[in-house]
Design a protein around this ligand. Structure first.
Ligand SMILES: C[S@@+](CC[C@H](N)C(=O)[O-])C[C@H]1O[C@@H](n2cnc3c(N)ncnc32)[C@H](O)[C@@H]1O
Length: 327
């Protein structure tokens, strides 16, 4: 029988990371998240322990084995402005305040790989190791763990009961075709299989983009459909208006995946961006999840998260250490 090790989450989002821990047999006892719609989604699909709560205020009196945190990554990501003064960066330090109050056995912090080079990571490392925790870091690509998406994320694990082994990559990679299997190619509106109608000019552009193509195909074949800014920028930022490839994992899915102009979010064949359900599939979210909020909120909840199977692989590795200690 699986022991139900207890987990508390900070910056819980819609619970994708939490879903991985849940699937690995952990019991969530508390989850803090500012966005009420993400909280509702969390509570719809996992244990209803998520609260609209600002993590800068430490909740007293909690007892749990593992603290899991996915602080906002905008300030660290190379796509964002990477402003060292971005206040969102400092939020990662609150993880230590919670750990200091509750003494969990292990702490897991997920973020973009660049987080590991930040002063905030150094500071956290210094504080946790000063308190007797050991540390290991992993940079994992979701496509190695049963997810049809290239998404590299760092995991920093602090432990006072021994360090986990890095989860082994699975053989083979899932493709966009695997992820979308069984879904109608024209969204039928069922179970979040919905995508926005392109504008007239958007549709005209999409029709010019072949499989694996992108903005460059529009620039080459129909300059009249290109705003002057594209021409000025030349071939910079080419990975927009991009079409997915049926036979490969998708590129990293972001919150903006409902906008063709924001990335490689076009369906492999259809003249549309991928649907909400297709996005959820690319994040390994089970089809029975119910989301709260409007389409753009749901897209944010999906794009913000840790792919569930990747979270599961990390949770399994953490669970093994706790189990060894338990017996
Ligand atoms: C990268 S997302 C976390 C996603 C989550 N790990 C998952 O897998 O679904 C970061 C989240 O932190 C939340 N957040 C930002 N500032 C916060 C604060 N002060 N207190 C609580 N949550 C906050 C954001 O609303 C966002 O949902």
């Amino acid at each position: 029988m699986k022991e139900h090790f207890r987990v508390a989450e900070l910056f819980a989002g819609a619970g994708l990371m939490g879903g991985g821990f849940h699937a690995a047999g952990f019991k969530s006892i508390f989850a803090a998240e500012l966005d009420s719609r993400a909280v509702a989604t969390y509570n719809n699909n996992l244990s209803p322990v998520a609260e609209v709560h600002d993590v800068t205020v430490v909740r007293e009196g909690l007892e749990y084995d593992v603290l899991v945190a996915g602080p906002p990554c905008q300030g660290f990501s190379t796509l964002g402005r990477r402003d060292p003064k971005d206040v969102r960066n400092a939020l990662s330090l609150t993880v230590y305040e919670w750990a200091k109050a509750h003494h969990p056995k292990m702490v897991v912090i997920e973020n973009v790989p660049q987080f590991l080079e930040s002063d905030y990571w150094q500071k956290l490392h210094c504080l946790f190791t000063g308190d007797g925790y050991e540390c290991v870091t992993w940079i994992l690509n979701a496509s190695d763990y049963g997810v049809a998406q290239h998404r590299r994320r760092s995991f920093t694990i602090f432990s006072r009961i021994g360090l986990p082994e890095c989860p082994h990559p699975l053989p083979g990679k899932l493709t966009v075709r695997d992820a979308f299997s069984g879904l109608s190619s024209v969204p039928d509106g069922e179970n979040y299989h919905i995508s926005p109608e392109p504008t007239e000019i958007g549709l005209a552009r999409m029709k010019l983009i072949p499989p694996h193509g992108d903005k460059r195909d529009i620039m080459r074949n129909a300059p009249e459909l290109c705003p002057p800014s594209w021409m000025r920028m030349g071939n910079q930022a080419v990975d927009v208006w991009g079409r997915m490839d049926w036979n490969k994992p998708a590129n990293t899915l972001r919150c903006s995946f409902q906008s063709a102009s924001k990335g490689r979010y076009l369906h492999p064949e259809q003249h549309r961006v991928i649907s909400i359900r297709e996005g959820a599939r690319l994040q390994g979210i089970p089809d029975n999840w119910v989301f709260s909020g409007d389409r753009s909120s749901i897209a944010r909840q999906i794009g913000n998260g840790v792919p569930v199977p990747l979270a599961r692989a990390v949770a399994d590795a953490i669970g093994k250490v706790l189990a060894t200690q338990h017996h």
